[in-house]
Ligand binder design. Sequence first.
Ligand SMILES: O=P(O)(O)OC[C@@H](O)[C@@H](O)c1c[nH]c2ccccc12
Length: 263
Amino acid sequence: MEDVLAKIAAHKAVEVAEQKQLFSVKDLENTQWFAAKPISIKESLTRVGSSGVIAEFKRQSPSKGIINGQASVVETTSGYVAAGAAALSVLTDTQFFGGNTADLLAARGANQCPILRKDFVLDEFQILQAKSIGADVILLIAAMLTPQQIKDLAAFAASLGLEVLLEVHDLEELQRSIQPHVTLVGVNNRSLRTFQVSVDTSFQLAEHIPAEFVKVSESGLFSDASVIGSLRAAGYRGFLIGETFMKTSNPAQACADFIAQTR
Ligand SMILES: O=P(O)(O)OC[C@@H](O)[C@@H](O)c1c[nH]c2ccccc12
């Protein structure tokens, strides 16, 4: 496992153990959103005319530091949806990304679209928690999980009606991690080792992702119609974008501009 990710995963394991002391499974199951029917991101991304944009609310990151300390989660996420985003992604990790579960709850209350809980999932408890705050999709990062963990966590999410985005960085991760309970495969263009971004990663892996999985290209994307057009031609239906929007003073407008320029 890469350095940053190893550090994040170690911290996350401690955090989850603490959370388990504070909240029981019953507490999570007794929430308003736990009973709600999830909204399908697969449907949203594959609908004819979908922008394919999964617009992310992200205040900070280990690679960039503070990206946006001001933006309101409700204003930004509802602005993204009004701009035509197909889905939302909300960071809920506090230590490294400055997010929290309250952000996702607020986004949920304000929007009727699929929402990805962006966090470092290593335990079923986090999946129950994702459902309890109204998330529709969870992320499983191949680089920090064994194939058995991915299989078990994906099956557990599916049993709750949640969809699973499996994130990979290279062919080896893809081939060892792909599981039938996964719905979408996300290719992260950002190397976790060097933080370097290369969209070639998405182009190289496209043909290796079986057709039944919705392909998502993640990170380092900006409004370059020729690149987005080529990704679409390579089969990508989802474009996960954070920084390009969040680094501006009006993320929703940046999202609208991206959609207009890459249509
Ligand atoms: O801000 P960007 O470069 O548009 O990237 C968004 C998203 O892909 C990135 O935030 C991300 C991809 N995988 C992750 C895993 C955990 C935290 C964050 C991420």
